[in-house]
Design a protein around this ligand. Sequence first.
Ligand code: AMP
Ligand code: FE
Ligand code: FE
Ligand code: ZN
Length: 278
Amino acid sequence: MIDLHTHTDESDGTLSPQELIEEAGRIGVTALAITDHDTLAGYDLAIPHANTAGIELVCGVELSIKYRGRSIHLLVYFPQHQPTGDFRQWLLALQEGRRKRNEALVRKLCSQGMPITLEEVAAHGRRLLARPHFAAVMVEKGYAASRQEAFQKYLDESGSCFIPREEPEFEEAIDRIRASQGIAVLPHPGRIGVSPEHLESMVGELCALGLKGIEVYHSEHSPAEVDFYLYLARKFRIAATGGSDFHGAAKPGIALGTGLRGNLHLPHTILQELRRIP
Ligand code: AMP
Ligand code: FE
Ligand code: FE
Ligand code: ZN
């Protein structure tokens, strides 16, 4: 069993890289990609633990990018080569944009009668702070009954305190990914929130620009969605990848490797397919 989509506490997961590797070993995950938001710190820290545990570790990262005005996530894998220094520098620039967003979000929440400090948010995370860390503080301070409600009312794109982040255009991202010999994969396509017909044409456009894979298997995908995304992978001749999107206690119910109520069990051939991409 493998898992190609996981988060550590270096982004918005709750397990440390070492704990994630230990959990992978415990449940029999033989190959694991760490795909934290905007950072390779979790991957870097996990390397020695993966070596000790005999787990095949794949370098990855999950970016937030813009395509035709829509904000979407993009997974990037480096199955053959480590990313270049240029790519790491670019990630640092993206993290700076996140920090600016976080500061603006604090000001927005304060102005809306929900005083909050960056220090309070930082207590819930490590180096990188994301909206789930804000949601945790908002529940703690009684501004929202649950993290879900904090997102729905305030933090989501339709929430009253939403602050957009500077995000690179897909075209820029793909140029940088290619220059670093990375592989771009579209994760959880259902979350883009467009009709199947629209998604089909969008995936076609993204493939023409350099998309190499689509996340067919994911904790949130129904069997019908899996079928549709598999159809898209075949139609556009791109890799069909998969992962749980494990976030530890931040997304209870989603288990490493096996997903939601055991709906995932990904064979190693999925990683082999990813490695065959030129
Ligand atoms: P950020 O990267 O700081 O903008 O935070 C985005 C992260 O927040 C996503 O990767 C998810 O893990 C989480 N997230 C986004 N929307 C929701 C939601 N409605 N409920 C819970 N978590 C969410
Ligand atoms: Fe996340
Ligand atoms: Fe995502
Ligand atoms: Zn993710």
